[in-house]
Design a protein around this ligand. Structure first.
Ligand SMILES: [Zn+2]
Ligand SMILES: [Zn+2]
Length: 325
């Protein structure tokens, strides 16, 4: 498509957006097309690889080699997403030295959920406009700010549909600090290398080392592709489940429809305590009861005790005290 045609297309798309749509949102044009293409490639790999992983498990069987790497990488990447990308980069819940930050960023980028830069910009925008015009993955409004006409459409959009729509977050508005962070930008530029490590190289090496060529293929398909897609779906489900009235609201004074949901909390290592999180977004530890198991928060507390992270936000805060948003 020519540059002029691109311009006309994006101008028409912008014109069709909700009149109250806030700034910092790119509509149409080459950047959005690049986002859609990247999403299509990534989900093409996830879905094809996962079907192959299920087929392998059914026809060839999987044993301790595949399951152990599945559990290890699921844990590493779920912690990387929750502790690193969400709590450290997006919400600045704690600080750490360069070496610790590098290791945490490796874990975060291995989660294969887009670049660190994009995740941060998108999630900050979500908090600012949660479930209102301007939210990018709400089950109530689409990327251009219009209400969904059915629950199914809202659910599909808030899961992974938003990754394919013709809008995207302008990181010059929402993630300026990340653009100025050389380490974050290094991971952003090399993201496909980390995806390859996570889905192919690490599982392949593990399988080959413990069981030879046959186990290598099984581990790549089952503990590489299928595990990655399941963890991506777990995170995406927080958008849908924890903004759709499923679960309970500990804090009813938040402006959006967030909830805590205990199954989501288990599979995301704490991120399903989403109402607690929207109420106190900068908290490093977001459990407010014994049954709210926030593993990611406990890990941050453990790292603090070991002296590996510092300036941890909110841990000594009274149960419902005031706090910056
Ligand atoms: Zn939310
Ligand atoms: Zn958040």
């Amino acid at each position: 498509m020519s540059v002029v045609a691109e311009y006309h297309e994006s101008a028409a798309a912008a014109h069709a957006a909700h009149p109250d749509l806030p700034g910092g949102i790119i509509i149409g044009g080459p950047l959005v097309r690049a986002k859609q293409i990247e999403s299509a490639i990534l989900f093409g790999v996830f879905i094809t690889g996962s079907i192959a992983g299920i087929a392998w498990a059914v026809t060839q069987g999987v044993g301790w080699i595949e399951w152990s790497l599945f559990a290890l990488m699921y844990s590493v990447t779920t912690i990387g997403l929750g502790v690193t990308v969400h709590r450290m980069l997006v919400h600045r819940s704690f600080k750490c030295g360069t070496g610790v930050k590098f290791i945490l960023c490796v874990m975060g980028q291995l989660a294969c959920q887009g670049s660190l830069l994009k995740w941060v910009g998108n999630h900050r925008r979500h908090h600012l406009y949660a479930d209102q015009v301007g939210d990018l993955h709400s089950p109530y409004v689409d990327g251009k700010g219009f209400a969904f006409t059915s629950k199914l459409k809202g659910w599909l959009h808030s899961n992974n549909g938003w990754l394919f729509d013709d809008t995207m977050t302008d990181n010059n508005v929402y993630a300026k600090d990340m653009l100025a962070d050389p380490m974050v930008m290094m991971f952003t530029r090399t993201r496909w290398f980390w995806y390859f490590l996570s889905m192919v190289a690490i599982p392949g090496a593990w399988g080959y080392a413990f069981g030879g060529v046959h186990a290598m293929w099984g581990t790549i398909l089952f503990a590489g592709f299928l595990r990655t897609y399941l963890s991506v779906m777990a995170t995406a489900s927080v958008n849908a489940v924890c903004h759709r009235g499923v679960g309970y609201r500990r804090f009813d004074d938040t402006k959006e429809a967030s909830t805590n949901q205990l199954f989501m909390t288990l599979i995301t290592f704490g991120e399903g305590l989403h109402n607690n999180h929207h109420r106190f977004p900068r908290d490093a530890y977001i459990s407010h009861a014994w049954y709210e198991f926030d593993l990611n928060g406990l890990i941050i507390r453990g790292l603090e005790k070991l002296g590996l992270v510092y300036d941890v936000v909110g841990v000594s805060r009274p149960a419902s005290g005031p706090q910056d948003r």
